[in-house]
Ligand binder design. Structure first.
Ligand code: LHQ
Length: 263
């Protein structure tokens, strides 16, 4: 598929998706949403991709739904959210490869949902979060924000952020770091270099073990300790049968660096 509203490139085991409607602060048009969903399907299929970076072109990461795009919502908001946004968030959380959010600028609306569905986020010092965009136009948060945000910051803080951090009272990079919303804050010019360095590191790690770890951490919120212990045992069995686990253990015993292939 040829993309028009996103950029997609693969190099060194890393797929980079760039949301690319900078004049609209990378708001989701129907096309951009379709293309982003397609890119994640392609990434899931492509064994050569072992890590993902998602970022935005220009000044913003993503301002959420394009509020001028009537085509997107002609079948109603519920249908649009269910058929377009929910599959994207589920695809990101279900993808058994790490996803790095390289957050280059402002994040609002469904853009917040996409940012929080990444496995971790690196922020530019020009980034900011606007959690109150939804309530600012009389809507409720969607795209999994009500699931991920309380788990990151606690329920009361999530409520506070969703109500009060509007365009004039944005969450700054330092506040985001203090709130556990990101891994690090870097100078804007260094953002992509830092994100790529981390992505390349992930791409040389045992991809199956990373994917299975992601599955374990995804599951843990809804399980008892006993269920988690059992899932750990099952996935340890699965991990132990990968080529990378065999290589890791052999390399340890041979006192050399392992060479992981992602298999
Ligand atoms: C935009 C947008 C935008 C279009 C900036 N759309 N053009 C799901 C399904 C169904 C229905 C509804 O919703 C959802 C989920 C959602 O995502 S709802 C929430 C939608 N997003 C928002 O409400 C955020 C709207 N944007 C803003 O509040 C501000 O633009 C922020 C705080 C992001 C940035 O403010 P500024 O730095 O002051 O920039 P700006 O407002 O001047 O925006 C720059 C340009 O981008 C501007 O265009 P222009 O032609 O005037 O230069 C904006 O119109 C455009 N833009 N967000 N979502």
């Amino acid at each position: 598929m040829t993309y028009e509203n996103i950029l997609y490139e693969v190099a060194d085991g890393v797929a980079t998706i760039t949301l690319n409607r900078p004049e609209k602060y990378n708001a989701f048009s129907a096309k951009m949403l379709h293309e982003t969903n397609d890119a994640f399907r392609q990434i899931a299929r492509d064994a050569a991709v072992r890590t993902v970076i998602i970022t935005g072109a220009g000044k913003a990461f993503c301002s959420g739904q394009d509020l001028g795009d009537a085509e997107s919502v002609e079948k109603g908001f519920m249908e649009h959210v269910r058929s377009k946004y929910n599959p994207l968030i589920l695809a990101m959380r279900g993808l058994e490869k790490p996803i790095i959010g390289a957050i280059n600028g402002v994040v609002a609306g469904a853009g917040v949902g996409v940012a929080l569905a990444c496995d971790l986020r690196i922020l530019s010092d020009k980034a900011s979060f606007v959690f109150a965009a939804f309530v600012g136009i009389g809507l409720v948060p969607d795209t999994g924000i009500d699931y991920h945000l309380p788990r990151l910051v606690g329920q009361a803080k999530a409520f506070e952020l969703i109500m009060l951090t509007d365009g004039k009272n944005r969450v700054s990079p330092q506040q985001a770091l203090d709130l556990n919303l990101c891994t690090s804050v870097v100078e804007n010019d260094a953002l992509m270099e830092q994100a790529r360095a981390l992505a390349v590191k992930f791409a040389t790690m045992p991809t199956r073990a990373i994917g299975l770890t992601k599955r374990l951490l995804n599951g843990t919120w809804d399980q008892t300790l006993a269920e988690t212990l059992d899932m750990e045992a099952q996935l340890q069995h699965a991990a132990s049968n990968t080529k990378d686990a065999m290589e890791g253990i052999t390399a340890f015993n041979e006192k050399r660096e392992p060479k992981f292939t992602g298999q």
